[in-house]
Design a protein around this ligand. Sequence first.
Ligand code: PMP
Length: 304
Amino acid sequence: MEPVKYIWMDGELVDWDKATLHVLSHTLHYGTGVFEGIRAYETEQGPAIFRLDDHMRRLVRGAAAYNIPVNFSAEDLSKAAREVVSSNGLESCYIRPLLFLGTGSMGLNPVGAQPHAMIAAWRWGKYLGDAGFNEGITVGVSSWRRIHQSSLIPDAKATGPYLNSVLALLEANAAGFDEAILLNMEGYIAEGSGENLFAASDGILYTPPSHSGALTGITRDSVFRLLTDDGYEIRETNLSRSDIYYADEAFFTGTAAEVTPIREIDRRAIGTGQPGPITRRTQELFMDAVTGKLDAYRDWLDYA
Ligand code: PMP
């Protein structure tokens, strides 16, 4: 990772190297934090942050769900994110906000631990590599199941629960796959370790419903609108492992992964084993929308 000049912490910009915290911070021990992943894209009008307010609203909502106190509103955090992008002179970047608890309590009950907020940004290319974006990636179904709503809150991006994604990704990589697919406790597809999943069969798109345990992704929602407006039918439905085996096409969506084609699952080629026309169209629409080339979706962009 290439450092930039400033990181925003608790209301001010501090030097990248000075953005540090105490080892007795509550979040470091118990995973009591929430975070976001946001991207800014280079456009003709300068850097544009994609669906910034939606990301910040999800962040603050997740903190509330886990009873993590926050000293800033979603609007304050959006303003701070714009400041991080502009003060660092970034044209395009990945933005990482984190709400966390510092010192003041070492018991499980975090009352007394100081709430903090930070936003960092750095230049980040294709999450699953240029080749992955262009030619597709391989995935394996994980032996780890997606966290269940009876134990945690799958729809909040909390730090501790991400160990579930880390376990699945490490297992997949060790087995030679680029990414993992996690099933839910009922055995239906939930999502990737950091992406939502879409499959296409006979021209119709399918994606697991939000109650599958998948995060309600902002890229997923954007792709939903882009494809629906483009005339495609999308059905939210439970998907089994074999539904993906039989699909003509499959792809992941996520802020980091954008729209990444899946060419192989469990060492079985999906369709022709190459990104198909619906996947290509989705990539094209999404990349055009985020870079301000589609007038109809300009309200998704927030100029830094
Ligand atoms: N699922 C998980 C587990 C994720 O971490 C992410 C990335 N935030 C996504 C799905 C995709 O969500 P989004 O499109 O909002 O980035």
